[in-house]
Design a protein around this ligand. Structure first.
Ligand code: NAG
Ligand code: NAG
Ligand code: NAG
Ligand code: NAG
Length: 524
């Protein structure tokens, strides 16, 4: 009888472990490089045998052949909405503004996308269907209203975050806010450089600003949109469940070290595929680059063709003078293109970076690009434009495998650009540092994609794994940072001080009144 029970439980256990899970990915806002990140994760889970449904604005041209089922629910109008917004935003000029100034505007713009998602007929149909899911994965970017999905399907919520731990993601699992030593997203500067007293004041103010913006603008907006679309739904704050897991697209080879609570897991670099075969023309072009080659791409969101004429001219003049060959991702014809420069609309970036003749990568400093360059150990010249790019560039510069020349910097001149490129090409220290980072990148207990799959399965196996959640995650900020306790103790101190002062004064008066007759005698 006992043996039978043991046998059965082992069997049940195996079934439970081997069973594919049904996972829903909701990514209505993930455009450009973000779409690559979310798609790669969902495809990886499908490759591992899980049954994946993905809500996204972008249709996969060639459906992947995966072990588990992979299907998509396409939010068609959303794609047009996003591309119209990108057209209006003029990404190249956005970087001149401080991000704190941009935030309220961005929230308003993206609020429209959230609203569109909530009202979308396909989303309504999904939410009222009888589908069952074992977990919902959402990209943490204005993701609060997406909590309605795990709430309706009564399953754990997993957040994917495109950056490392910072003030935006930390509260979802109670990770410590590193106000005293890590710079806020809005501030420019390097996290690896110790912060001065003044830096810390600014950092606190940025955190306060963010708190006020969230409390009085962003959260009420989310609640309004949600209630409007689904009357009777509780507000986002009380909408269960809490995040079970946060998957961070970061790693200590790319980011300064940070504390991580147990349900925050770093999987940075999971999107990078092992190098594949290059198309024949590129292979020949690179094989023949006897002085080495430079690869130049401003990423998928920023189109090189939209650069100002002045910047284009500077870049072309400098590239033309190099003895290295250059591959430039450029989206249209380029008159006056020098002979050593090859331009193409689309390029297999990772396979190019893997080519041994690549000596330098000129990039906007987006997180995917900096990750891929570290994977392959190639030094970079970063030309950051906006968002997290200046910060990424500074981290890379500090780590010693990069130089930075901001797109908007006054000193973006032919002379400076050429000086930076030549320094990177001719001084071996940049390549050595890139190779050292690459070694750190690959030195991990598990490949990053396997880590992601393990933890998603872990959360499903353990019914949301709420035991990983630290108690501090559900505390108010003044409790977490002991502000109430410090204020209380200060108040106690003041009271004790005031009482002592009062008592001493009284005692002094009594003593003086007793002494005074003698004193009078003496003085006479
Ligand atoms: C995949 O889809 C097929 C047909 O719709 C179904 O029979 C099968 O069970 C699905 N596989 C998984 C892992 O859910
Ligand atoms: C959200 O979308 C719905 C339906 O398209 C519309 O009626 C509503 O006014 C929108 N709300 C906001 C705040 O834009
Ligand atoms: C997390 O979940 C617990 C229990 O379900 C709930 O009491 C708590 O308020 C939730 N916290 C947040 C921040 O949603
Ligand atoms: C360009 O100016 C920035 C400050 O605006 C400075 O940090 C950087 O070092 C300068 N770069 C070069 C190559 O002179």
């Amino acid at each position: 009888m006992f043996v039978l029970f043991v046998k059965c439980s082992i069997l049940c256990c195996l079934v439970k472990y081997g069973e594919p899970a049904r996972i829903l990915g909701v990514f209505p806002m993930s455009s450009g490089s973000h779409h690559i990140l979310v798609y790669k994760l969902m495809k990886g889970l499908a490759d591992a045998g899980h049954d994946i449904t993905m809500v996204t604005p972008y249709e996969q041209e060639n459906m992947p052949k995966t072990k588990g089922n992979y299907s998509e629910i396409i939010l068609d109008e959303m794609r047009e909405l996003i591309s119209a917004q990108h057209k209006n935003l003029d990404l190249f000029n956005m970087g001149k503004q401080n991000m704190a100034v941009m935030m309220p505007l961005l929230i308003t713009i993206f609020g429209r996308n959230i609203n569109n998602t909530l009202h979308h007929p396909k989303v309504r149909a999904l939410l009222s269907s009888n589908e069952k899911f074992d977990a919902v994965i959402v990209e943490h970017f204005m993701a609060d209203v997406m909590k309605i999905f795990p709430s309706v399907f009564n399953c754990p919520l997993i957040l994917l975050y495109s950056m490392g731990p910072n003030s935006w993601i930390n509260p979802s699992v109670g990770n410590p806010q590193e106000i005293s030593y890590a710079r806020h997203l809005y501030s420019r500067g390097n996290n690896a450089v110790p912060m001065t007293f003044f830096d810390r004041i600014i950092n606190v103010l940025y955190h306060v600003f963010d708190y006020l913006l969230n409390t009085f603008y962003y959260h009420p907006l989310c609640d309004k949109l949600l209630r409007n679309a689904y009357p009777g739904v509780p507000d986002t704050k009380s909408l269960a469940p809490n995040a079970s897991l946060v998957l961070l697209n970061s790693h200590t080879s790319l980011y300064p070290a940070h504390p991580l609570v147990p349900n925050m897991v770093e999987i940075g670099g999971y999107h990078v595929d092992p190098p594949g075969k290059l198309p024949k023309d590129l292979q020949e072009f690179l094989d023949n680059a006897k002085d080495g080659a430079v690869y130049f791409s401003m990423g998928s969101n920023l189109k090189s063709k939209l650069m100002s004429e002045e910047r284009k001219k500077i870049i072309l003049n400098v590239l033309g003078r190099l003895k290295q060959k250059v591959i430039w991702k450029f989206e249209e014809e380029l008159p006056g293109k020098p002979d050593n420069v090859l331009i193409k609309k689309w390029l297999p970036q990772q396979d190019i970076l893997a080519h041994p003749n690549i000596r330098l990568f000129i990039t906007h400093g987006g997180l995917l690009s900096t990750t891929e360059t570290v994977y392959h150990g190639v030094p970079i010249l970063a030309i950051p434009v906006f968002g997290d790019q200046p910060g990424n560039a500074e981290k890379a510069e500090y780590a010693g495998y990069a130089l930075k020349l901001g797109y908007h910097d006054e000193n973006f001149t032919e002379e400076n650009l050429e000086k930076s490129i030549l320094e990177l090409l001719n001084n071996p220290k940049y390549r050595e540092n890139a190779q050292r980072r690459s070694k750190l990148f690959h030195d991990r207990p598990m490949k990053p994609m396997d880590t992601a799959i393990y933890w998603v399965e872990y959360v499903i196996r353990n019914n949301g794994a709420q035991h990983l959640r630290i108690a501090g995650a559900d505390q108010a900020w003044y409790e977490y940072y002991l502000v109430d306790v410090v204020l209380f103790l200060l108040a106690c101190l003041v009271v004790v001080f005031e009482i002592s002062k009062f008592v001493l004064k009284k005692a002094f008066l009594v003593v003086r009144s007793k002494l005074s007759p003698k004193q009078k005698l003496k003085t006479k």
